[in-house]
Write a protein that binds this ligand. Structure first.
Ligand SMILES: NC(=O)c1ccc[n+]([C@@H]2O[C@H](COP(=O)([O-])OP(=O)(O)OC[C@H]3O[C@@H](n4cnc5c(N)ncnc54)[C@H](OP(=O)(O)O)[C@@H]3O)[C@@H](O)[C@H]2O)c1
Length: 257
């Protein structure tokens, strides 16, 4: 059984790539896939954090790689893709989770530099990540891509406009791509989490703010990284074989559409 208590036997032996795998939601998702017996490559920028996650994964008895690759850097992603193919084998599942920086900024105070960096780090990075791994998936005629959006891309308010636009862009990119590749055996879906308690978000929210944010989610609590990992396993596995182009709102009822 995995960390989330569910067994997807088709994931055993699969090769999974997770960007943003050095910490937070991505690292928890990496552990969840490893518990299913998948080999996992985690990508990020922090060498020490990536090494620590990769060591954890190997301790679970699976193949693992921790690779430094900025997801806004196409060449770095191409190098990582080549190394993963060589050392772990052809990729079956891509979780393009790197991103963040949803901190609220009133638009009147938004700078061009910050706007561009959020669009680059959340939206363009998703495109570049997909472009690096999609050829391999199409070549084999199968695979699952899971992208990372946010409640911020579903409902206005709560983040900067740049982040909301970037995550809404991720959702349309996901739908567009899903339709493009549906006939070629590759499924593409997005997860849109509500507020999830990670080291980063907990560090930014004092307890009273965490309580208020939790109360804004009808199920009455913040999300945990495992809630998102659980959704990623489902979308990666054959359990969701007839699902593509969808947004899975993992938001404690915050988004009900
Ligand atoms: N936590 C939430 O409440 C929440 C809600 C909705 C959506 N999300 C989304 O979920 C994803 C993960 O968030 P998190 O809360 O787990 O954040 P986190 O703990 O800050 O982790 C962010 C991850 O993304 C990586 N990353 C960011 N920019 C990168 C870049 N340019 N190149 C390579 N790696 C990069 C980081 O790698 P390094 O640290 O190694 O650089 C890290 O592994 C993000 O896309 C975020 O927008 C989070």
């Amino acid at each position: 059984m995995g960390v989330v208590g569910v067994r997807y036997s088709d994931l055993t032996g699969k090769v999974v790539v997770i960007t943003g795998g050095s910490r937070g939601i991505g690292a928890e998702t990496a552990r969840a896939f490893a518990h299913q017996g998948a080999a996992v490559a985690v990508l990020g920028r922090d060498r020490a954090a990536l090494d620590a996650v990769a060591d954890d994964l190997r301790a679970l008895g699976v193949g693992a790689l921790g690779l430094v690759a900025d997801s806004t850097d196409a060449a770095a992603l191409a190098t990582a893709a080549e190394r993963i193919g060589r050392e772990l084998g052809p990729v079956d599942v891509l979780a393009a989770f790197a991103g963040g920086d949803g901190y609220p900024v009133p638009t009147v105070r938004e700078t061009e530099e910050h706007w561009r960096s959020v669009l680059d780090g959340d939206l363009t990075a998703t495109f570049l990540t997909v472009r690096a791994f999609l050829p391999g998936l199409l070549e084999r005629g199968r695979g699952s891509i899971v992208t990372m959006a946010s409640t911020a891309g579903r409902l206005p308010g709560g983040s900067s406009a740049a982040y909301a636009v970037a995550k809404a862009g991720v959702l349309m990119f996901t739908r567009h791509l899903a339709l493009e590749v549906a006939g070629q055996g590759v499924r593409v879906n997005a997860i849109a989490p509500g507020a999830v308690r990670t080291e980063r978000t907990a560090g930014r929210m004092p307890p009273e703010v965490q309580a208020a944010v939790a109360a804004a989610h009808p199920l009455g609590r913040l999300g945990e990284p495992a809630d998102i990992a659980s959704a990623a396993l489902f979308l990666a596995s054959e359990a969701s074989a007839w699902i593509t182009g969808q947004t899975l709102d993992v938001s404690g009822g915050r988004v009900i559409v």
